[in-house]
Design a protein around this ligand. Structure first.
Ligand code: MN
Length: 289
């Protein structure tokens, strides 16, 4: 049975800025999709394709904390650099994904990679926040740097395109990301005329974002940059590309625990939020200039 569409949410009229480097459309929770409804996903910012002019100063977002969840950065165009209070740093290039488990708390900054900044060019990216179950919220912060080559690959018939499995599984093909609760994250590239039937557990909270191009979803036309939320019934989604298209599909088993959310801290109770703010103010997440 098809997983029926619950809502199609068009791109907001205006983007917001995260720092001066990330020009994003917010869909979760901005489009009135509560963190409980779409658990384990907490936030989705979509930096739709934008042409940044060359700049000698590097654009981005300065030092900020995270605690109690994971940030997943999916780079489509342009490159992002990051570094953090645990001494880690790296570059996320087009096609790659960085899966950061903030866990017990971390400080980091995210910005356009230096050479990309100098040259300027097209920038297209998604940041998705994934909640951690209560028992894993205090895990030591760590990263998974996932390159395009490491992802599970499904070649669609008749040169229809490719599905990159970042996390979870598509039939027998599994993705490299280790997750703390069952999550599927698929980077779907369809060629014009290409079709895909995506298997998703009926119990999973499920949505997709049309990054670019044109597709029909279960036969229904969806505008570019739209977000589609599915009902929690049915086991498959039918995609047909009327133009070349890129789709990000996410699904996950809901984490049925209380959510207390305050900016970059997501815990289970308000008391834990106050604790997190205190830890941050006392410098317990480390130091980063
Ligand atoms: Mn961040």
């Amino acid at each position: 049975m098809k997983k029926a569409i619950e809502r199609i949410i068009k791109r907001p009229a205006q983007p917001g800025m995260v720092g001066d480097g990330f020009r994003v459309y917010n869909f979760i929770p901005g489009a009135n999709i509560s963190q409980r409804r779409i658990s384990p996903f907490l936030m989705l910012d979509f930096a739709a394709e934008f042409n940044f002019k060359p700049s000698e100063t590097v654009r981005g977002v300065g030092v900020h904390p995270h605690k109690g969840f994971e940030t997943v950065t999916i780079a489509y165009k342009g490159s992002v650099a990051h570094n953090d209070s645990a001494g880690n740093s790296g570059i996320i290039n087009p096609g790659d994904v960085q899966w950061m488990t903030a866990g017990s708390g971390i400080l980091h900054k995210e910005y356009h990679e230096k050479e990309f900044s100098k040259k300027g060019g097209l920038f297209e990216m998604v940041q998705l926040w994934v909640n951690l179950p209560k028992k894993d919220k205090s895990t030591t912060p760590h990263y998974q740097s996932i390159t395009a080559e490491q992802m599970g690959k499904i070649a669609l018939p008749e040169n229809g395109g490719v599905i990159n499995v970042i996390a979870g599984s598509y039939n027998d093909t599994t993705g490299p990301a280790a997750t703390y609760s069952p999550v599927n994250l698929f980077d779907i590239k369809l060629n014009k005329g290409g079709a895909a039937t995506i298997p998703v557990a009926a119990t999973h909270n499920t949505a997709l974002l049309l990054i670019n191009g044109n597709v029909t979803v279960n036969g229904q036309k969806v505008d570019e940059h739209s977000f589609v939320l599915f009902k929690n019934e049915g086991e498959e989604i039918q995609l047909d590309a009327t133009e070349d298209a890129v789709v990000l599909l996410m699904s996950g088993e809901p984490i049925n625990e209380p959510i207390a959310s305050y900016g970059p801290f997501v815990m289970n109770t308000q008391a834990e939020i106050y604790e997190a703010i205190e830890e941050f103010q006392e410098g317990k997440f480390g130091v980063l200039e």
